[in-house]
Write a protein of this length. Sequence first.
Length: 228
Amino acid sequence: LPPRILIDAGAFETLLLSAIEVYPSEAIGLLFGTYSGSNFRCRLCYPIQAAARRSRFVYYSPFIVNRLIEAESSILGYPLVGMFHSHPNADARLSNEDRRDFLDGGYRVELVVSVRKNRSERPWVLSNSKLSGTVAGYRFELVGYVRSGRRILKAELYSPAIEVFNALVELRRSINSLESPSDLAFLRAELEETPALRVKGLWISERERRRRQRLILRLLQRFHSLYR
Ligand SMILES: [Zn+2]
């Protein structure tokens, strides 16, 4: 079985927003969460703000990272599981330098996020270990890697946030059209159960995933009929 990386909805949104924020420069940040064997759950994504950026380069101080790791473990108690960085207008593939940094980095997960401007809307799909889709006029491709000793393996990636994005596309709604902030909070609460099941190795079936998607669609439709 390939390693698995689950990204909580809030962490996933932060990841995408941080790549959009500095586009076309590189975003970089830390992933905090939990793991069991080779199954990782990213609960918090923290973009590093104090970094020097270009489109093919980003530099940050290891002192800042250590300060963040200490602060995080005393605030929420999640260990650092890995890092992410974006590849603006380039593929989501580890470069030779990325590979070297990852092997020497001492953490287990590296997420590479390809981001390009793209007006057309596409649903989010996982295909050949690549999670791709569109949000807010950008096309994303994410590839997750897990280090096992000196080996780097591609992981299966999933985030419950993509169910919301896809449900909204299907309803031809933007995220802004959810009238009340509690609409989204309610949806998120529904979705939170999914990764909890998965991190224990109980990867949910395609049938269960579809059932959840139908549930979300029904919820969204109910919200809209309530608030119209
Ligand atoms: Zn890179």
